[in-house]
Design a protein around this ligand. Structure first.
Ligand code: HEM
Length: 410
């Protein structure tokens, strides 16, 4: 077992700025076992990249072993509604089950679908930015960052207007279950949200089977790959997962990105002119990737060890839980030059923000397009944007973002 160390995952100061502590760990204790969370943490880019490509690890163990074999208790009956959703989320599957579902979803959620959203994305971004206040502070999260991806992903899936106000609260309740030690209240809210959300998607899917539209729910009801189709639970869970994955991280990526820019004021001031120059399109791409590297909205993902193995001379035991700190790998000075500096033109940028390997983010093209459009339109129309107060972080580390980003523009 590697040396022990407790990571303060619930400490607000660590959540707001984990970078100095992680830098020390990369140097002095790059791999450690945290007895409090019962996980082995990895902090270096090279280790994390290698582990993400290693087939001896998986996001699940249950495709290989039964609960009895693993010595796990039966599933908690209190979690039945949440588990009906979670057990059908393909991100938590491995092997043929993952390949099949990812294949079915990729067939309908294509780069062309994302390209088709360009016009809508531009219009929504302009409208949100133009309707934000001028000459007084406003919360960028609430006015712009949050509504934008929710509108986009709801449009893509074809969720009617009247149900949209519910999407964000449902999603927020569900993702609380991914934080360490959710409370009883969190569990109840997640169950209720999962149940209601599954019901709604079920109703919409039934309607779309009868009257298909040009949306992802319709496409998923018809999707077929090698003679296989989505079951009802898979269809519902996939839509909900796309809705949640499609906005939670994007909201946080855009707000953390803007905060990074505003704290690097000279670069923010130079951005409008640079974006308008002939190399502006290229700069926009490298800048968004750099913002996503510099401050990571999904800091950590886990993998199980599927069989006893040796990793760089370190024995890892079947069932052991590894926590891969993408947020730390993204600042690893042995992989990134000037890792702690924001370099908007960084060309060699193997960021870990979207993961790597079989679970590489399926929505990365959409997320990038959303962020590129947002920052371009923002700096075209509100070039003088400034911080107008102290940013407030949310309480979670696993899904890390801002609750309040006070900004002001003329
Ligand atoms: C800035 C925004 C985003 C970030 C940082 C992000 C990050 C990630 C990461 C790190 C993973 C892999 C998890 C792992 O390694 O265990 C992932 C998977 C995934 N993401 Fe994203 N994501 C973003 C936006 C989106 C969007 C917009 C969508 C869809 C509309 C999406 C859909 C997915 C899906 C479906 C998977 C599962 C892939 C699989 O297991 O095969 N993501 N995302």
């Amino acid at each position: 077992m590697p040396p022990g160390h407790c990571l303060p995952l619930n400490d607000p100061d660590f959540i707001a700025n984990p970078y100095p502590a992680l830098q020390t760990l990369r140097r002095e204790l790059p791999v450690f076992h945290d007895p409090q969370h019962n996980k082995t943490f990895f902090t270096r880019h090279a280790d994390i990249s290698a582990l993400l490509k290693d087939k001896r690890l998986g996001r699940s163990l249950l495709h290989r072993y039964s609960r009895e074999e693993l010595g796990w208790p039966p599933p908690d009956p209190r979690l039945a509604p949440f588990n009906q959703y979670q057990d059908n989320v393909f991100m938590d599957m491995e092997g043929p089950a993952h390949t099949r579902l990812r294949g079915l979803v990729s067939k309908v959620f294509t780069p062309r679908q994302v390209e088709n959203l360009r016009g809508k994305l531009e219009a929504v971004t302009v409208s949100l930015i133009d309707s934000a206040p001028r000459g007084e502070p406003f919360n960028f999260v609430q006015h712009i960052a949050e509504p934008l991806p929710v509108i986009l992903i709801a449009d893509l899936l074809g969720i009617p207007e009247q149900y949209r106000p519910q999407l964000r609260p449902w999603s927020a309740a569900i993702v609380k279950m991914y934080e360490m030690n959710p409370s009883d209240e969190d569990i109840n809210s997640a169950n209720q949200a999962a149940h209601d959300f599954m019901e709604l998607v079920g109703q919409l899917a039934e309607q779309r089977r009868a009257h298909p539209g040009d949306d992802l729910i319709s496409a998923l009801t018809q999707a077929e790959l090698d003679g296989s189709r989505l079951t009802e639970d898979e269809l519902r869970a996939t839509c909900i997962f796309l809705l949640n994955a499609g906005h939670e991280a994007t909201v946080n990526g855009s707000t953390l990105g803007l905060l990074a820019l505003l704290r690097n004021g000279e670069q923010a001031q130079a951005l409008p002119a640079a974006l308008a120059s002939p190399s502006g399109d290229n700069l926009l791409k490298t800048a968004v990737d750099e913002l996503l590297r510099y401050d990571t909205p999904l800091p950590m993902f886990e993998r199980y060890v599927l069989e006893d193995m040796d990793f760089n001379g370190m024995p890892l035991k079947r069932g052991q839980e590894l926590a891969l700190l993408y947020i730390s790998g993204n600042r690893d000075e042995s992989r990134f030059e000037q890792a702690n500096s924001l370099l908007l033109t960084r060309a060699d940028n193997p960021l870990l923000t979207f993961g790597l390997g079989t679970h590489y983010c399926l929505g990365a093209p959409l997320a990038r397009l959303e962020l590129q459009t947002l920052f371009r339109v923002l700096f075209e129309r509100r070039a003088n944007i400034q911080l107008a107060g102290k940013p407030v972080f949310q309480s979670g580390f696993v899904i890390r973002g801002l609750a309040n980003l006070p900004v002001m523009t003329r």
